[in-house]
Design a protein around this ligand. Structure first.
Ligand SMILES: Nc1ncnc2c1ncn2[C@@H]1O[C@H](COP(=O)(O)OP(=O)(O)OP(=O)(O)O)[C@@H](O)[C@H]1O
Ligand SMILES: [Mg+2]
Length: 320
């Protein structure tokens, strides 16, 4: 499969300070490629250099060293930028425009004629889940989540072949997050390449083919989600958590105490939380839960493999 995003030794120093200028390296020698049709997760703690990377690729700032190509073209090739989409971290628009006017404006920039523009804006606003009643409201009256949706519509206006999304879930409620997740999945189904910065690991885990973790401006980890799952399975870290609802938590605790597997029961308002050290014991515990007449609320792995890698790679001491 061909590479759609190729980043080579990309480096960015910011100059900080007023009287005494000094240089701070925000991105250090980043090299990576993303294949056609891939949904690539770009992770890292706050300040790790994610937004800096995206801004460099979008030509909003200039690199200190290194280069990058998108769709086989150098990032300085302006015509290539017509074929890609970008959602900034904190989209900020001229807020006396309505959502419809803003998206139509972007459509105009991409050469859509009047009637086509109107249709395109309606199509996109519906696609990002913005209620029709809000389409003609001024953006200054929008909530953060609503603005985020307008930002997404804007990023997709030209039917891009590659989309760069900086924290697309930020500010969205759970329903909105799910909608954006579905939207990204639909982009993948259409063969669009997605470069996704997010802190929401559960979303990354269900959406992405490969992920990388940045630490202090450097690439600390890169690999497929599949490989991550394999490492997770071979370690003994697959702890599980079962949550149940029951009026009398003591009865479930009593019944579970006779089981062989090691577990911990913590009473919660309305029920109990059961922690297991081994995922293979889940069925046995569920049988007891059913026998006690408790209602099953959830069964969750504790600490997914992605989360573990994220914590390990972002907390590790900087390598020499
Ligand atoms: N305009 C700037 N001038 C000086 N330093 C900057 C500038 N923009 C970013 N930095 C620094 O560069 C580093 C990387 O910042 P960046 O915004 O790329 O991080 P990030 O990974 O996007 O973080 P977050 O998860 O918080 O969005 C940080 O140390 C930040 O302080
Ligand atoms: Mg950022």
């Amino acid at each position: 499969m061909s590479s759609v995003i190729e980043i080579e030794n990309l480096t960015k120093d910011y100059e900080v300070g007023f009287w005494r200028k000094r240089r701070v390296r925000a991105l250090d020698n980043l090299t990576l490629t993303v294949a056609q049709g891939e949904v690539f997760g770009f992770l890292g703690a706050n300040g790790a250099g994610k937004t800096t990377t995206l801004k460099l690729l979008m030509r909003l700032i200039y690199p200190t060293a290194g280069c990058a190509r998108i769709l086989g073209r150098d990032i300085n090739d302006v015509s290539m930028h017509r074929r890609i989409g970008y959602l900034p971290e904190q989209p900020y628009f001229y807020d006396y425009l309505s959502a419809r006017e803003l998206v139509e404006y972007y459509a105009e920039l991409f050469g859509y004629k009047r009637a086509a523009r109107r249709q395109r804006a309606a199509e996109l606003l519906a696609r990002v889940g913005l209620e029709e009643a809000a389409w003609d409201k001024q953006l200054r009256r929008f909530s953060k989540g609503m603005l985020q949706r307008v930002g997404l519509a804007q990023a997709l206006v030209n039917d891009p072949e590659v989309v760069f999304l900086d924290e697309p879930m930020s500010g969205l409620d759970p329903l909105g997050r799910r909608e954006v997740r579905d939207l990204i999945a639909s982009l993948r189904a259409k063969g669009v390449t997605v470069f996704l910065c997010s802190h929401i690991l559960s979303d990354i885990e269900v959406l992405c083919d490969r992920v990388s973790v940045m630490r202090g401006g450097r690439l600390a980890y890169i690999g497929t989600i599949h490989a991550l799952r394999e490492t997770g399975a071979s370690s003994d870290s697959h702890r599980m958590e079962i949550t149940v609802a029951i009026a009398e938590a003591a009865s479930i605790e009593r019944n579970l105490s006779s089981l062989a597997p090691p577990l911990k029961v913590v009473a919660t308002p309305g029920g109990a939380r059961i922690e297991l050290t081994n995922e293979h014991d889940v069925m046995e515990v569920l049988a007891v839960v059913a026998r006690c007449g408790a209602r099953l609320v959830s069964v969750n792995p504790l600490g997914s493999s992605l989360e573990e890698i994220f914590v390990r790679e972002t907390k590790a001491e900087a390598r020499p």
